[in-house]
Design a protein around this ligand. Structure first.
Ligand code: AMP
Ligand code: ZN
Length: 469
């Protein structure tokens, strides 16, 4: 079956057709964290969905180039820095570090690039994009000195969100600081400096100021991936206005279709409400670890429900995740024993099929994929209970698992590793996959220095404590 995904733009399941079908290279842009506080597990649900997407595409032979931006200047980061009486860069740095640590704990593969909005290269690009938009009549500077996008001049505005602009006009909501916009829906591209911004600001043709959040992503995405992207992801709350604005800005400048497929992840809920900073109903990764759970267990709890279905976070759900993983661990141990037996007069030949991968081909249908996994575990266990599964079948299942585990990353192996070690181990596994042995050796040395040993076995990399360490 061909790969297909639900495209938010068309609201339909569409066959995935990359721009570069021959080389099978694809570009993915994912909206990353706003580093004004530690990301919560709701944010990480979105990042884990993106990780599943990337890993499955790679399993299917695509070469994925993924960019995830870091929003390190916006209203929230500026307010946070002001309250902490710290320079913006210093303030955001701690949350960037925390983000990478947490992503490692959850076994999320690193993106190829993590551009930060405050990088002068991107600020320059934001400014030049805004200049182009102004020259085309798609943007204007208002009396408050800020620059706004003129949504009435972009006929496709609202197509991603399936939003009716007339409704926007009829709401009559006018915030005090938006009085000089031409249209209530016009959004800021460049925000004129005000006192609250303190020392945060950049010179521009419109005076000192800072970029709006939406233009940051348009600039970084087009700078690193070009005018067109295969897949752009985020959580559903990003659809409007953020992604709608990204389309208007990017297409307004390039004149080309910005994104071929938009994929959005539904929210993680707590007691039926969106997990969010503002509601205060959130948990961070350290909160979950402090309750005695591992990153592996949390990853499983967040990945196991289809990405377009809302998922309610509960501690019972964490317990279930632990039980499910325990079944996988026991199964693998039994398979290894069975596969290693020399004398083999067992008669059941039971080989894995393609069902799990095919389920993921179908818009990442993880429920069907895991359903197949646990059904297979039940059946092969039944055969092993009777001591009848032959060694060749057990081996075939282990090989199959090795392949599948590259996507699900569910195996216990690195579960108890400290985050830093897990991140290095994952990077080393990736380096080996890419046949970059120099890098892999460097990473082995780094692991050694931390007191850990990396061994390469036929079941993949094993990380253990170094003797005497
Ligand atoms: P932010 O740092 O708020 O820009 O969010 C980063 C990412 O997390 C975005 O893709 C959001 O859509 C996503 N996100 C935020 N809250 C949740 C939630 N409760 N469940 C799933 N994704 C979320
Ligand atoms: Zn974005």
């Amino acid at each position: 079956m061909a790969l297909r995904f639900f495209n938010t733009y068309s609201r339909q399941l569409e066959e995935f057709r990359p721009r570069d079908a021959k080389e099978r290279k694809i570009d993915i842009y994912t909206c990353g964290p706003t580093v004004y506080s530690r990301a919560h597990i709701g944010n990480f649900r979105a990042y884990i969905f993106e990780d599943l997407l990337q890993r499955h595409l790679e399993l299917r032979g695509y070469k994925v180039h993924r960019v995830m931006n870091i929003t390190d200047v916006d209203d929230k980061t500026i307010r946070g820095a002001r309250e902490a009486k710290a320079p913006l860069i210093k303030f955001t740095e701690q949350f960037k570090d925390a983000f990478f640590e947490d992503a490692g704990t959850l076994r999320i593969k690193r993106a190829d690039e993590y551009p930060a909005a405050t990088d002068q290269r991107y600020i320059d690009r934001m400014i030049s994009m805004i200049e182009t938009l102004i020259s085309r009549g798609l943007a204007y500077q208002a009396d408050d000195k800020s620059v706004y996008f003129r949504i009435n001049k972009f006929p496709d505005y609202g197509k991603l969100a399936h939003f009716d602009l007339t409704q926007l006009q009829s709401t009559g909501r006018v915030k005090h600081d938006e009085y000089d916009k031409e249209h209530i829906g016009d959004f800021a591209l460049w925000k004129a400096w005000d006192e609250e911004d303190g020392d945060v600001g950049w010179e521009s043709p419109w005076g000192r100021g800072r970029p709006g959040w939406h233009i940051e992503c348009s600039a970084m995405a087009t700078a690193l991936l070009g005018d067109q992207i295969d897949i752009h992801c985020g959580g559903v709350d990003n659809i409007f206005p953020h992604h709608e604005a990204e389309i208007a800005q990017s297409e307004g400048v390039t004149g080309k279709k910005f994104v071929r497929m938009w994929l959005h992840c539904a929210h993680l809920l707590v007691d039926g409400q969106k997990m969010s900073k503002s509601l205060g109903n959130f948990y961070t990764i350290p909160d979950v670890l402090a309750k005695g759970y591992t990153g592996r267990e949390l990853r499983y709890a967040l990945i196991r429900v289809h990405y377009r279905t809302q998922l309610n976070f509960t501690w019972d759900g964490m317990k279930e995740a632990r039980e499910s993983l325990g079944r996988v661990d026991d199964w693998l141990e039994r398979l290894r024993e069975t596969a290693g037996d020399k004398i083999d007069n067992r008669k059941i030949d039971m080989q894995p099929g393609q069902q799990l991968e095919e389920a993921l081909d179908d818009d990442l249908n993880i429920s069907a994929a895991l359903g197949f996994l646990f059904e297979s575990i039940r059946e092969t266990n039944r055969a092993m209970d009777k001591d009848e599964l032959d060694a060749a079948s057990a081996n075939a299942w282990l090989n199959w698992w090795e392949r599948i585990n590259r996507v699900l990353v569910m195996e216990a192996e690195t579960a108890e590793l400290p985050a830093e070690v897990a991140t290095l181990a994952e990077a080393r596994a990736q380096a080996r996959l890419a046949k970059d042995f120099r890098k892999s050796d460097e990473l082995r040395d780094k692991l050694n220095a931390l007191g850990w040993e990396a061994r390469d076995t036929k079941d993949g990399q094993k990380i253990t404590r170094r003797a005497g360490a």
